[in-house]
Design a protein around this ligand. Structure first.
Ligand SMILES: NC(=O)c1ccc[n+]([C@@H]2O[C@H](COP(=O)([O-])OP(=O)(O)OC[C@H]3O[C@@H](n4cnc5c(N)ncnc54)[C@H](O)[C@@H]3O)[C@@H](O)[C@H]2O)c1
Length: 271
């Protein structure tokens, strides 16, 4: 009855929303969703691991999306390497300090809360560990790109993705070109044969030097790496993995499969 009433009012129930988002995201991962569930009230509980620039943006996007479809969403917890960041983001969203976790194991404490959907936006070296833990805890996930910085991390993500599929969880990655109208229009035209079969191509990413954050006088070496992750290949995967992943994703998408052969080269300026 409630479902019918919602449909009549042009609304989407919490269960249907998760089901639809999960179906779309799992389809994006090349699998089909056949068992999706979400229990509890109509309110979504969201939490953020990695309260930096993109994490705060992702949380705002999430809240705006919920508002757009007329659903209530509450930020229930935050986690960051640094206390000030976890609490700073928590303060913006009315999260009490006792649910603003910080330190290397902050994500574990966050996953013990009643969160339904976890947004993960730390530097990418931590992504496989955080994603795997979130899936094991039965949470739906939005995670930023790139999802790993090396092959072992990539394999761990694939295994956790399979587990998410088995559990019927929704997973979305931040390769946002797939959701941009311009790209989607071109993808549709190409799929309909506008330029024939794509046999090869080039994708480029040109940009300036990235940011550098001054070392604080209380920083440990680990703190310094976390603050300046873009300058360390082991934290970021470097330019091709960290930024160019967007355009590599477009190439795979438009060709319809990964290319048979590929050649990549590049360099990054730094401080
Ligand atoms: N899709 C996009 O267009 C887009 C845009 C910008 C950034 N990103 C991605 O988002 C991610 C974050 O980028 P950013 O610019 O917000 O970086 P940032 O440095 O501003 O934020 C990262 C945050 O994560 C925290 N953090 C790092 N390790 C942690 C850990 N182990 N546990 C908890 N917190 C931890 C840091 O303290 C920091 O607050 C990157 O993967 C980046 O590539 C994507």
């Amino acid at each position: 009855m409630k479902k019918k009433a919602n449909e009549k009012a042009g609304e989407v129930s919490r269960r249907d929303f998760i089901k639809a988002s999960a179906a779309v995201s799992l389809a994006a991962m090349g699998v089909s969703a056949n068992r999706i569930f979400a229990a509890g009230s109509d309110k979504f509980h969201v939490a953020l691991i990695g309260c930096g620039g993109r994490g705060n943006g992702a949380l705002s996007n999430c809240l705006a999306a919920a508002k757009h479809i007329g659903r209530e969403m509450e930020v229930v917890a935050t986690a960051d390497w640094f206390q000030s960041r976890a609490e700073g983001t928590g303060k913006k969203h009315g999260v009490p300090n006792e649910r603003c976790f910080y330190g290397a194991d902050a994500y574990k404490k966050l996953l013990e809360t009643n969160v339904d959907v976890v947004c993960i936006a730390t530097s990418p070296n931590f992504r496989p560990v955080h994603f795997e833990a979130a899936v094991k805890a039965g949470k739906h996930v939005f995670m930023e790109k790139p999802v790993a910085v090396d092959p072992p991390g990539g394999r761990r993500i694939i295994e956790a993705g399979d587990l998410a599929h088995e559990k019927g969880l929704g997973v979305v990655a931040g390769t946002q070109r797939r959701h941009q109208n311009g790209y989607r229009r071109n993808a549709y035209a190409i799929k309909r044969g506008a330029i024939g079969q794509i046999l090869g191509g080039c994708v480029y990413w040109c940009g300036g030097a990235l940011w550098y954050r001054e070392e604080s006088n209380v920083d440990t070496d680990a703190d310094y790496l976390v603050r300046n992750w873009v300058s360390f290949t082991e934290m970021s995967g470097d330019h091709i993995v960290e930024q160019h992943v967007h355009n590599l994703d477009v190439a795979n998408w438009f060709i319809g499969h990964p290319p048979k052969t590929a050649l990549g080269f590049g360099g990054r300026g730094g401080w």
